[in-house]
Design a protein around this ligand. Structure first.
Ligand SMILES: NC(=O)c1ccc[n+]([C@@H]2O[C@H](COP(=O)([O-])OP(=O)(O)OC[C@H]3O[C@@H](n4cnc5c(N)ncnc54)[C@H](OP(=O)(O)O)[C@@H]3O)[C@@H](O)[C@H]2O)c1
Length: 285
């Protein structure tokens, strides 16, 4: 379909479209050690931001991403944090370090995510089921709770709009049997995005919930039920995220967007989407 994409294309590709560049920005990405988070980090390197803070638990993977960023654009500062997003203490320590070393945050990408094998509710292990909620909902909440004041301060002192990108999923809108933990966690993250919007949009924070496409990654590769849908490249998500944070796309605040959507078509629908208050979780009666 002409309005859908499976791979990066010039309008969202900062390696060929210089108008997507975002010099001076500080970007923090959780789950940046592999998969989609890695691609988001790499696309921000092409976008010539000032500084990328990459977070995950596995330090060897962070080293690989650092090397990749350096290869793409050695002018970009890279900071690595071995961070478990479910740890309030670790998130606070990360915040203190970012505040001290950077003094600003322009883009927060809540990307770290976890899933588990699909099982019906009575067959699930409570600890594993709840861990999905912890990583996919408590994690983004902790990052927001710690970093929102710095985001607000960055917006205020630079008279600009800053961005929160919550990597949700089309799964947020589905009710597949045996996937209650993951699909509920992603739905809750979309709703959390709406709360960020209503509480902070007037303070310069633009929060969007993204479906990052269907991509073969460690998280998705062992699930036979979704394998036919894993047809997108990681670069599509990276490029769309860069496009999203280029130039105050505040009309998308609090809404859901899918990286597979053609951005020119999406822009052409702004009025319809805003007037109809579309792309939000609702009960339609
Ligand atoms: N792949 C898809 O088709 C797809 C579709 C829809 C949505 N998503 C969402 O996209 C995001 C990225 O997933 P992915 O597919 O790229 O999976 P992935 O390759 O497995 O990457 C997940 C990342 O999250 C990190 N992570 C996991 N648990 C963490 C924790 N407790 N604390 C900090 N970091 C943690 C992992 O690093 P460590 O293990 O080293 O911490 C890794 O860097 C997730 O939110 C996922 O739900 C993916």
């Amino acid at each position: 379909m002409e309005n859908l994409h499976n791979d990066i294309y010039p309008a969202i590709d900062p390696s060929v479209t210089k108008s997507l560049h975002q010099p001076g920005k500080v970007v923090l990405i959780t789950g940046a050690g592999r998969g989609l988070g890695r691609s988001i980090a790499e696309q921000y390197a092409y976008a010539c931001v000032a500084s990328i803070i990459i977070c995950a638990r596995t330090s060897t993977e962070l080293d690989e991403v650092e090397a990749s960023i350096n290869k793409i654009n050695s002018a970009v500062k890279v900071t690595k944090f071995q961070l478990d997003v479910t740890s309030e203490t670790a998130v606070k320590q990360c915040f203190e370090a970012v505040k001290e070393k950077e003094g600003r945050l322009d883009v927060l990408v809540n990307n770290a995510g976890a899933s588990l094998e699909w099982v019906s509710i009575d067959e699930s292990e409570p600890g594993k089921w709840w861990n999905v909620m912890e990583v996919n909902l408590k994690g983004p909440y902790l990052l927001l709770q710690a970093f929102l004041p710095l985001l607000v301060e960055t917006a205020r002192s630079n008279n600009t709009v800053v961005d929160v990108v919550n990597i949700s999923s089309i799964a947020a809108l589905l009710t597949f049997p045996q996937s209650s933990a993951y699909q509920l966690s992603k739905a809750a993250l979309l709703r959390l995005t709406e709360f960020v919007d209503v509480e902070y949009k007037d303070k310069g924070v633009n929060a969007v919930g993204l479906h990052p496409g269907g991509v073969v990654t460690k998280l998705s590769e062992n699930n036979d039920a979704i394998r036919p849908y894993l047809i997108d490249t990681p670069a599509l998500c990276g490029g769309f995220t860069v496009w999203l944070t280029k130039g105050a796309r505040t009309w998308l605040g609090g809404r859901y967007a899918a990286v597979t959507w053609n951005v020119d078509k999406l822009l052409s629908m702004e009025e319809e989407i805003v007037k109809g208050d579309k792309l939000k979780v609702k009960l339609v009666v």
